[in-house]
Design a protein around this ligand. Structure first.
Ligand code: FE
Length: 234
């Protein structure tokens, strides 16, 4: 199986390319990087089968619509996203196949009410990979103060992730320091957001972060509901 972590420096977003038997999946692709994705798919001889967003992003514009137009791939959002332009929506427990492999959609609300993680199960001695979107970040977690975010719901989602085997690899949707990967065991031990006692303590911690609004939020959220293809500002 082919696996690449791709980076958009403008939004510190990680996107992921996975492929098996020539069939590729892109997770959280960024519209500004469209040409890079198309070139890489061509160079590696891959057919893009699926493009998936882990949630409706507030900090960058999705490439899902453009990728579907350019490659004929199927574009998928979580059922809760309200996107009218997806080829399909996925829900808790859905299996998303590519080649002989599949991702399993885990509904993990909290950062937004349409947040999902994608689990690539362990195979032939390789640990499982968990694509955590903005639910679990390296030594952090996605903010819960807009887009129907809910710190208590995120606490419950994080507990679910922590029940995975410790060796499960964590591949986040962003990192602002350039850290690329972690594991469930590493985050359980060292992520300060996971050291609090219960959902109430977690909600209090998240309420005190006082973060600025994302620079692109007013543009990106409506554009992403249209798969990145709506006129900006509409
Ligand atoms: Fe986000």
């Amino acid at each position: 199986m082919l696996f690449r972590q791709l980076f958009d420096a403008d939004s510190s977003t990680y996107s992921y390319l996975l492929a098996d038997d020539g069939q590729a999946v892109l997770i959280d692709p960024v519209k500004d990087r469209l040409d890079d994705y198309l070139r890489l798919l061509h160079e590696l001889g891959l057919q893009l089968h699926l493009a998936l967003d882990s949630h409706t992003h507030a900090d960058h514009i999705t490439a899902l619509g453009e990728l579907r137009a350019a490659t004929g791939c199927r574009s998928g959002f979580g059922r809760e996203s309200g996107s009218a332009c997806a080829s399909f929506t996925f829900a808790e427990g859905d299996h998303l196949a590519f080649g002989a492999r599949e991702l399993i959609a885990w509904y993990t609300p909290g950062h937004t009410d349409d947040s999902y993680c994608f689990l690539l199960p362990a195979e032939s001695g390789q640990p499982a990979k968990l694509f955590t979107g903005d639910t679990l970040l390296i030594r952090g977690s996605g903010r819960t103060d807009f887009q129907n975010g809910d710190a208590r719901a995120q606490w419950a989602s994080l507990q679910r992730l922590l029940a995975l085997p410790g060796a499960t690899e964590v591949w986040p949707g962003h990192d602002y320091r350039g850290w690329t990967r972690s594991s469930i065991a590493e985050e359980a031990a060292h992520n300060p957001r996971l050291q609090v006692a219960d959902a109430e303590a977690y909600a209090a911690l998240m309420a005190n972060l006082k973060l600025p609004s994302p620079r692109l939020m007013d543009i990106a959220v409506p554009a992403n509901r249209a798969c990145g293809q709506a006129p900006l500002g509409s």
